[in-house]
Design a protein around this ligand. Structure first.
Ligand SMILES: Cc1ncc(C[n+]2csc(CCOP(=O)(O)OP(=O)(O)O)c2C)c(N)n1
Length: 411
């Protein structure tokens, strides 16, 4: 009983920068490009500890690719990745405008995070299964989902593949290996592990790619997923997108203040990598490493992608209320598009003229897709009879009480 210790108090983590201030990004603890080793894909999980605590980077500040993680990537693949990132960004920008014009009720952009989904999509096989959050639209575009179909979902119109039953951005496409998005955070993470277990049980060769945000790692399903993945050595990539924010809450309050999210993988007996998520080459290399590890039955990999949510959380959010307005311009890992552009330009594979022309082509492509989608209606004018199929698909066969309710609706 010593009084000298004083009273107990709780620690409540706070970001260093609030509106009107400047964020001190020293908390990120960056490693220089090329400084971390690339172990063999069957390396024991313990040996990944320095990779979970450091930061795997390939592109240096001059846009050069350096170090052992430099992927063997065809120039054509890198140019394709750049184009997909530009396409995703243009699609997002148009759909934010469409929301302001009341053509859709809601939108979520992926500004600043385009490299993670697209880089991984280009490292996977087309029939591997992705379990995304609402911020991986780049995967769908990389896998060739027609933009018009995506817009029809956003507009809840008569060609909406989900028949107007889901909130905008909650895409689902079996044909593109894109598991139905659910609004309940984290649920897909454990489901991805189950899918991967099923693939192994069947003796299949396909792997799963699971996605979650830094904030959602605080959900119980995150921990359940890691337990099952480790116990059964499930063929899954466990992607944690640490974009520093979960709506208005800083990643420190999700548990990132004194440790990394990748370290949680190591603690659970899972190989883990912490990677520069704005470095397309690093994304490609780390995703290939994890995919190969899973495919060769060496087990799951947890990858923390360090990036920054440059835009608002959604069209319902105003980040100027909780963080500095110019935060992204000071983010040390920069803009993934500009970094890849710089690399390709330095290698004389790309030029400013080509970039300007690509931007114009892409803008025209997005506008043409939107025009086509709008022919089938936009929010509020596209589905004249929303009651007709509202009762279908609740069960495989319509049970008597729903037959009754449908009859009541139809009067
Ligand atoms: C179970 C559950 N709790 C809360 C919410 C509300 N919600 C939607 S998005 C979000 C933030 C998620 O942040 P993060 O996981 O970091 O992903 P990010 O949005 O940054 O991509 C919250 C709290 C929800 N949809 N589901």
């Amino acid at each position: 009983m010593t009084a000298s210790q004083g009273s107990l108090r709780l620690h409540v983590p706070e970001p260093s920068g609030r509106p009107g201030q400047r964020t001190d990004f020293a908390y990120l603890r960056l490693s220089p490009a090329g400084s971390l080793p690339r172990p063999p894909i069957d390396t024991p999980y313990r040996d990944t500890l320095p990779l979970a605590d450091g930061l795997i980077r390939v592109l240096d500040d001059d846009g050069r690719a350096v170090g052992p993680w430099t992927p063997q990537a065809d120039p054509g693949l890198l140019l394709h990745a750049l184009r997909l990132m530009l396409l995703t960004r243009a699609f997002d920008a148009r759909m934010v405008i469409a929301q302001r014009q009341k053509k859709t009720s809601f939108y979520v952009q992926s500004l600043g995070e385009e490299a993670v989904g697209i880089g991984q999509a280009l490292a996977l096989h087309a029939d591997d299964m992705c379990f995304p959050t609402y911020r991986q639209q780049g995967i769908l575009l990389a896998r060739g989902m027609p933009m018009t179909d995506m817009m029809c979902q956003l507009f809840s119109n008569s060609r909406d593949p989900l028949l107007g039953r889901q909130l905008p951005v909650m895409y689902s496409s079996r044909a593109h290996g894109f598991f139905s998005i659910s609004g309940n955070l984290g649920t897909q993470f454990v489901q991805a592990v189950g899918w991967a277990m099923a693939s192994a049980i069947k003796g299949d060769t396909r792997i799963a790619s699971a996605w979650i945000g830094d904030g959602s790692t605080a959900e119980a399903d995150f921990h359940t997923a890691l337990t099952f993945a480790q116990v059964y050595r499930a063929p899954v990539i466990l992607n944690v997108v640490n974009n520093q924010w979960a709506i208005s809450t800083f990643q420190a309050i999700a548990g990132g203040e004194t440790t990394t999210f990748a370290m949680r993988g190591v603690g659970m007996g899972i190989a883990a990598l912490r990677v520069d998520g704005n470095d397309l080459l690093a994304v490609l290399a780390a995703s290939r490493w994890a995919a190969e590890r899973a495919r060769s039955n060496a087990g799951p990999t947890l990858i923390e992608w360090v990036t920054y949510r440059a835009g608002p959380h959604s069209t319902s959010d105003d980040p100027s209320k909780y963080r500095p307005a110019d935060d992204w311009t000071h983010f040390p890992l920069g803009d993934p598009i500009e970094r890849l552009r710089r690399h390709l330009t330095a290698r004389e594979l790309w030029s400013d003229t080509q970039h300007e022309a690509a931007l114009r082509d892409i803008e025209a492509e997005v506008l043409a897709a939107q025009k086509e989608a709008e022919r089938h209606g936009t929010l509020g004018d596209g589905r004249p009879d929303p009651g007709a199929d509202l009762f279908e698909d609740v069960y495989a066969d319509l049970p008597p009480h729903l037959v009754q309710q449908r009859a009541q609706l139809e009067g």
